[in-house]
Design a protein around this ligand. Structure first.
Ligand code: HMG
Length: 461
C-alpha cells in the first residue's frame, strides 16, 4: 500500500474514532470515581513577629494592621529555610499515604523559586526520597501557581485513575522592611496528595477562569522582593472574583445560598472579606441565614492566615485547611487559640492540650460542615488569573486531617522582637554568586535545611 495524504487522513480518522471510543468508555468509568484532595497538610517557619509590635515600631496605629488589614502575626523564615525545605516539610505527613509505584508526578507551584531553570520539585523529590518514575516540575503564575498545579494533578488522575500526584504550593512573601506590603508578608507551604476516591475533598470539574495581562504585582528575576501597585491589585482581585463568580453562577444555575462556605486566596484576611461582601451585596436573593453563615465560615477560614501572613500559592489552601480543621472545633470558642492577643495583647503562646477535631462547638451559630457540603474556592494570581471552582466534602473528611498537629505547630512558634525579625529578614542568601553558609542556630522543629550555597550550587540537608 502506498501512503497518500488521503490514506493518512483516513487512517488518522479511524484512529481518532477508536481513541474516542476508548476515551468515552474510560471517562464514563472515571467519572464514577471522584478525584480530589486525599490528604492535605501545611507548614510554616518556627518564628513569627507580632504585628502590633511591628506597627508600633513603624509608628502606625496597630488597629490598621489588626483590623484594617486583618493580620495579627507574621511567620518569619530563618535563612536556612526556603521554598524547597518548606515544601518538603509540608509533605512529610503525607508520605505514609503515598503508594510509591503509584506516585506519577510532583508539581510545585511557587513564585519564589530558588533557580530560574531547575525545578524545585527535583530538590524536594530528593529530600523526600520519592521514586524516580515521578515527573518533577514547577509551575509559575504568581499566587495562582498552586491552583494550576492542583488542576493539572486532578486532570492527570482523571485520566490515570490509579495514580497519585503530589502537589506542593510553597512561598516566602517578601516586600521589604518599611514598605506598604511589609504587613502582608509571610512564609509557608501546603502539600496536597491528589488521587481518585479522595478522603478530604472532591474537586469538581466546573472551573470558570479569567486571564488578562495586567501589571498589579510582579517580581523581576534579579530581586527577591515583590513590587506591587497595592490598591490597584486589591481592586483587580475583587473585579476578577465578581467576573468569574457571576459566570460560574450563570453556567451552573446556582447562587450563594447553595454554598456551605467560600474560601478565598488570602493576601491579607480583609481582602477576601471585601470580595465576599461585594458578591453578597450584588446578590438579589441571598437569605439572611446564608449571609450570616458565609460570613461565619469565612472568618473560620482566615484564622491560620491571620497568624501566618500571605504564603502566595498556598494561601487559598491554607484558608481551606483553616476552615476544615477549625470548623466545629471547640477550641474556636477560645479566641486565644486561633486569634492570640484578642483577650490579652501580651499573650504570645497558647496551650492546645484539649483539642478535639471532630466535636461540635456550642458557640457556633451554624452546624459544622458535613459530607456532601459544597465549598466554593476563589484563586487569584497577580498578573493576572482568577479562577472559581468548587469542592465537595467527602465522608469522614475530619478524620483525614492533621488539625491538632497544625494548631500545636502554630502555637509553639517562637516570637521575635522587631529587631530580631529585621536581622533575620536581612540575613537571607542574596541573589549573587557569592558562597553562603546558613544560620546554624535557628534549626528548631524542622527536618530539612538549606545548609550552604557553594560555587553557586545549593546544598540541602
Ligand atoms: P496601605 O496603603 O498601607 O493601607 O496598603 P490603606 O491605607 O489602604 O489601609 C488599609 C486598610 O486599613 C483600609 O481599610 C483603611 O481604612 C484601614 P479598607 O478601606 O481597605 O477597608 N485603616 C485602619 N483601620 C483601623 N484602624 C486604623 C486604620 N488605618 C487604616 N487606625 C495594601 C495596604 C494591602 C495595599 C498593602 O499592604 C500592599 O500593597 N500589599 C501588597 C499587595 C497586596 O496584598 N494586594 C492584594 C491583592 S493582589 C493579590 O492578592 C496577589 C498577591 O497575593 C500576589 C500574587 O498573586 O502573587 C499579592
Amino acid at each position: 500500500m502506498t501512503f497518500s495524504l488521503k490514506n493518512i487522513e483516513s487512517n488518522h480518522a479511524k484512529q481518532l474514532f477508536k481513541d474516542n471510543e476508548n476515551t468515552s468508555v474510560e471517562n464514563t468509568h472515571v467519572e464514577s470515581s471522584p478525584v480530589g484532595i486525599d490528604r492535605i497538610s501545611f507548614t510554616t517557619p518556627h518564628y513569627y513577629v507580632d504585628l502590633t509590635d511591628l506597627a508600633k515600631a513603624r509608628e502606625i496605629d496597630p488597629n490598621k494592621f489588626t483590623i484594617g488589614i486583618g493580620q495579627s502575626e507574621q511567620s518569619v523564615p530563618p535563612n536556612n529555610q526556603d521554598i524547597v525545605t518548606l515544601g518538603a516539610q509540608a509533605a512529610l505527613p503525607l508520605l505514609k499515604y503515598v503508594k510509591k509505584d503509584k506516585l506519577k508526578m510532583l508539581i510545585v507551584g511557587t513564585e519564589s523559586g530558588v533557580d530560574a531553570s531547575k525545578s524545585s520539585a527535583l530538590y524536594i523529590h530528593n529530600l523526600l526520597k520519592l521514586n524516580s518514575c515521578a515527573r518533577c516540575i514547577e509551575i509559575k503564575e504568581a499566587c495562582y501557581g498552586g491552583t494550576a498545579a492542583l488542576m493539572t494533578a486532578c486532570d492527570y488522575v482523571r485520566v490515570h485513575k490509579d495514580s497519585q500526584v503530589l502537589v506542593i504550593a510553597a512561598d516566602i512573601a517578601r516586600y521589604g522592611l518599611n514598605t506598604p506590603g511589609e504587613v502582608t508578608q509571610g512564609a509557608g507551604a501546603v502539600a496536597m496528595l491528589i488521587s481518585a476516591n479522595p478522603h478530604v475533598l472532591k474537586i469538581n470539574d466546573d472551573s470558570v477562569v479569567k486571564s488578562c495581562d495586567i501589571q498589579d504585582f510582579w517580581r523581576p528575576v534579579y530581586q527577591d522582593t515583590a513590587l506591587a501597585r497595592g490598591k490597584f491589585s486589591s481592586e483587580k482581585y475583587i473585579e476578577f472574583f465578581l467576573d468569574v463568580w457571576q459566570k460560574y453562577s450563570e453556567q451552573n444555575s446556582c447562587d450563594l445560598n447553595d454554598f456551605a462556605a467560600l474560601c478565598f486566596h488570602l493576601p491579607y484576611t480583609k481582602m477576601g472579606l471585601k470580595a465576599l461582601r461585594a458578591a453578597m451585596d450584588s446578590s438579589e436573593n441571598l437569605s439572611e441565614t446564608s449571609r450570616v453563615r458565609l460570613l461565619e465560615k469565612y472568618e473560620t477560614s482566615t484564622k491560620y492566615s491571620r497568624r501566618i501572613g500571605n504564603i502566595y500559592t498556598g494561601s487559598l489552601y491554607l484558608g481551606l485547611l483553616s476552615l476544615l480543621e477549625l470548623d466545629g472545633n471547640p477550641e474556636i470558642a477560645n479566641p486565644e487559640v486561633v486569634n492570640p492577643g484578642a483577650a490579652n495583647p501580651a499573650a504570645t503562646s497558647i496551650q492546645t492540650s484539649t483539642i478535639q477535631t471532630n466535636s461540635s462547638c456550642e458557640n457556633q451559630k451554624f452546624s459544622s460542615l458535613k459530607e456532601g457540603d459544597k465549598i466554593g474556592l476563589f484563586s487569584y494570581g497577580s498578573g493576572a488569573i482568577g479562577e472559581f471552582f468548587t469542592g465537595t466534602l467527602m465522608q469522614g473528611f475530619k478524620q483525614a486531617l492533621f488539625a491538632s498537629e497544625h494548631i500545636e505547630m502554630l502555637n509553639s512558634r517562637a516570637k521575635l522582637t522587631v529587631s530580631e525579625y529585621e536581622k533575620m529578614f536581612n540575613s537571607v542568601a542574596k541573589y549573587c554568586p557569592e558562597d553562603f553558609v546558613s544560620d546554624t542556630t535557628h534549626r528548631d522543629c524542622t527536618q530539612f535545611f538549606l545548609n550552604s550555597i557553594s560555587s553557586q550550587e545549593r546544598n540541602y540537608i
